[in-house]
Design a protein around this ligand. Structure first.
Ligand SMILES: N[C@@H](CCC(=O)N[C@@H](CS)C(=O)NCC(=O)O)C(=O)O
Length: 369
C-alpha cells in the first residue's frame, strides 16, 4: 500500500462523499478505491462483519468503519486546522448538524434517488452495476445494478417515505434548500470560511444523492444554486484553509435550519432513545438490533410510521455528551440560544442507557460506564 490511507467507497455513496471531501480538505496522503464485489468479499465482510461502505484502511492495516469514527481517528492524528470548532455553541451546532445530515436527510436523499428512478435509471443503476462489473456494457451494468441496489431500494419505505408523506417530504426538502441557499449566499460554509463537521454531515445527502443524481441535481441547480456552489467548494477545497466565525457566533441565517431540525428530527431521536433503553432493559448485555420495529413520526404535520434506527442514539450522544461535559457557566450562557433553536429540551432529557459501538460489528451495545 503506497499511500498512508485508503478509502474504499463508491461514487454513489452518501457517506463516501462525506469522507472524501474531508480527506481532501485535510490534505492527507490517501487514495480512493472502488468497493467492488471482490473488495466486499475479501476485505469488508471479513474485517467489518457487514456489507457497508466506506471503509478506511491505514498503511499498517488498521481498519476504521463509520465516517464519524474515521474523522475522529484522523483528527487525532492530524490535528492541524481541525474541523471541530473550539467554542461551545459552534461545536454543539456543528455536532447537531452532522447528526441531521447523517441520520435525517437520508429521508429526502433516498426518496429522490429511488422514487424518481425512472428519470435516472442508467445513471443510478449503472453506477451500482459498475461496482460489480466494471467492464460490462451499460445494459449489463443496469441489470446488475437492479439486483445490487435492491436492499437500498427496500429501505425507502422503512424510512417513512410513503404516498402519504411524500408531499411533506418534498416540501420539507424545498424549505431546506431555500434556507441553505440564503445562508450560503452570505457564508462560504456553515460557520465561516472553513468547513466544520456539520458541513461534512450535510454533504453526505446533498452531494451523492441530491446534488449528483440527475433528477434532484437539476432541481438543486435551478432552485438553490448557492447550495450547489457550496458542494463544489466542499469537494474542491483549499486544504486546511479558513476560519470559524469569531466570538462563537452562529449566523442568523442558520437559525431556521436549527429550528427545522428540532421540529422534525428530535422527536424521532427521543423516541429512539426510549426504545433502545427499553430493549436493553429487556435484553441485558445484548447487541441492539439496527432496527427495532417501527414508531410514529411526523413531517410537515403528516404522521406516519418509520423504522426505529437504534444507531441514531449513538450519533445524538456525541452532541449530548459534549453539552453535558460543559461547565455550568457555559451551559447557562448557551441556554437562551439553545432554547431558541429548540435543542434545550432534547439535550436535557436524560439518556438513561448510553450506547457504544464495538469494533467488528454494527450493532450497538450498552456503554460501559
Ligand atoms: N454511519 C455510517 C453509515 C455507512 C452507511 O450506511 N453506508 C451505506 C452506503 S453509503 C451502506 O453501505 N449501507 C449498507 C448497510 O447499512 O447495511 C457512516 O458514517 O459511515
Amino acid at each position: 500500500m503506497s499511500h498512508e490511507y485508503t478509502i474504499y467507497g463508491a461514487d454513489l455513496s452518501y457517506y463516501t462523499g462525506k469522507i472524501r471531501a474531508y480527506m481532501r480538505y485535510k490534505n492527507l496522503d490517501w487514495e480512493e478505491k472502488a468497493s467492488t464485489l471482490d473488495i466486499y468479499q475479501k476485505l469488508i465482510l471479513p474485517r467489518v462483519g457487514a456489507a457497508i461502505i466506506p471503509i478506511l484502511q491505514t498503511r499498517d492495516d488498521h481498519i476504521v468503519q463509520d465516517t464519524t469514527d474515521m474523522i475522529d481517528y484522523l483528527e487525532s492524528r492530524h490535528p492541524e486546522s481541525s474541523i471541530y470548532p473550539t467554542t461551545p455553541l459552534q461545536k454543539l451546532v456543528a455536532l447537531m448538524l452532522e447528526f441531521y445530515g447523517d441520520e435525517w436527510l437520508v429521508i429526502p436523499a433516498m426518496h429522490y434517488r429511488w422514487n424518481y428512478i425512472d428519470q435516472q435509471k442508467d445513471f443510478v443503476l449503472g453506477g451500482f452495476g459498475r461496482l460489480g462489473n466494471p467492464n460490462g456494457s451499460l445494459e449489463e451494468q443496469v441489470a446488475l445494478g437492479e439486483q445490487m441496489s435492491a436492499p437500498f431500494q427496500g429501505v425507502v419505505k422503512k424510512l417513512g417515505v410513503t404516498e402519504n408523506t411524500i408531499p411533506a417530504i418534498e416540501a420539507s426538502y424545498h424549505e431546506l434548500l431555500d434556507i441553505l441557499n440564503q445562508h450560503f449566499s452570505q457564508h462560504p460554509f456553515l460557520l465561516g470560511t472553513k468547513p466544520s463537521i456539520g458541513d461534512y454531515g450535510l454533504l453526505g445527502p446533498l452531494y451523492a444523492h441530491l446534488g449528483r443524481d440527475p433528477y434532484p441535481k437539476a432541481e438543486m441547480q435551478e432552485r438553490a444554486p448557492e447550495v450547489f456552489a457550496w458542494i463544489e467548494r466542499m469537494n474542491n477545497p483549499a486544504p486546511l484553509s479558513g476560519e470559524f466565525l469569531a466570538d462563537d457566533e452562529i449566523p442568523t441565517t442558520l437559525i431556521p435550519l436549527l429550528k427545522k431540525m428540532s421540529q422534525e428530527q428530535l422527536p424521532d431521536t427521543l423516541s429512539v432513545i426510549q426504545h433502545n433503553h427499553q430493549w436493553l432493559q429487556d435484553n441485558p448485555g445484548g447487541n441492539l438490533p439496527r432496527q427495532l420495529g417501527n414508531h410514529d413520526f411526523s413531517i410537515g404535520g403528516i404522521t406516519d410510521s418509520r423504522m426505529i434506527s437504534s444507531y441514531s442514539q449513538w450519533m445524538f450522544q456525541r452532541a449530548y455528551g459534549f453539552y453535558h461535559g460543559l461547565s455550568d457557566d457555559n451551559k447557562s450562557q448557551l441556554e437562551v440560544a439553545l432554547n431558541d433553536y429548540g435543542f434545550l429540551d432534547a439535550l436535557n432529557t436524560p439518556i438513561k442507557t448510553l450506547v457504544e459501538r464495538k469494533t467488528g460489528q454494527l450493532e450497538l451495545v450498552e456503554a460501559v460506564q
